[in-house]
Design a protein around this ligand. Sequence first.
Ligand SMILES: NC(=O)c1ccc[n+]([C@@H]2O[C@H](COP(=O)([O-])OP(=O)(O)OC[C@H]3O[C@@H](n4cnc5c(N)ncnc54)[C@H](O)[C@@H]3O)[C@@H](O)[C@H]2O)c1
Length: 377
Amino acid sequence: MKKLQVAMIGGGGEGSFFGAVHRRAIAFDDTREVVAGALRSQPEAAMQAAADWGIRGYPDYPSMIEDIQQGRLQIDYVTIVTPNHQHFKPAKACIEAGIPVVCEKPMTMTVDEAEELARLVEQKNTPFVLAHTYTGHPMMMYARELVATGEIGEIRKIESWYNQGWLADKLEDAGVQQAGWRTDPQKAGLSNCGGDIGTHAMVAATWTSGLEVKNVSARLNSFVQGRLLDDDFNVLAQMSNGATALIWATQIAVGYKNDNGFRLFGSKGSLEWHQERAEKLLLRQGNCDQTYWLGANFDFWPESVASYLRVPAGHHEDFFEALANLHCTMERQLRRNRGENTPAPYPHPDVRTGVAGMRFVAAAVNSSKQQGAWTEV
Ligand SMILES: NC(=O)c1ccc[n+]([C@@H]2O[C@H](COP(=O)([O-])OP(=O)(O)OC[C@H]3O[C@@H](n4cnc5c(N)ncnc54)[C@H](O)[C@@H]3O)[C@@H](O)[C@H]2O)c1
């Protein structure tokens, strides 16, 4: 089987975070490889970063997309791992050129940009995966399956959260690259905390439950003095079936790392999952609680999830694997489109999830400005 050839935009250079995670996730199954990239914002640094990875370098993404269009560079899809303000333009250019995209979240800076991407993706029928990494965890996928098959009944209430503590101090003033652009409205967008990790919490509430957020009442705080954007994001939400959801994210919870998770309370049972203990999913239905434990050797998995598992129980499958699963979904879509025999791609977050995320954050920002007034998403 020929490996899929992947090009990357952003994510290169020493001190950059998530590009290196994508690169490993792409390589994970030995069926995909990064072969080219416009890896940094400065041309020289971009070429150096590509040389360091031993791949074909480009000084900027327009010249790379031009080469793809002209047939001078053969690739199967592009992965975008730039800061938020550099998602829309390269994603749009790729989609217009018919190039499939794995794009980082939050998808864009504004709702209008998100809607435009969604229109283009649907018009061109271009495969598009939004990199909400945690949805690649098999237990989060299995929670979605349990809800869909009615195991916990009608959902009445949801809690979903993402607690971090790394921005409790003003790291942007200490020159930390990831803190710098995340707290800059020109580069992060309407919201720092809400866009960066509130969207993960929103996806935990919606993607697993199959529900949409209809209205929000929000309170955003900027606890660290002088910060222009929120570092604390709290939303009370009305869901499409009438359920209530508490969706929150914070970056000032001292000592907390990546405490992302959800509780779904249904009429017949409740589900609970924590990203930092990703191998376990708790189902409560009264009497004894049931813990599902990750492992490719267990037969409770439906085929839709089982085909994403790699190792038997007791061995860790984790962050890299979760992100690898999103690349795996893109790979399956592409191979199926070519008539190759491959398991079905799971419905991981897509361009419509990106639109929902932007609408959610924009509504929360507006609600918070009006002292928590109920605001339609
Ligand atoms: N899905 C997840 O779980 C997850 C986790 C972390 C980060 N992210 C997302 O990944 C993206 C990057 O975040 P990060 O923490 O890795 O940031 P980072 O600052 O560590 O890296 C950003 C990279 O983009 C490059 N870049 C900037 N502008 C560019 C341009 N015009 N062309 C080419 N390269 C350019 C920078 O040089 C750098 O290499 C963000 O959108 C963030 O929200 C997602």
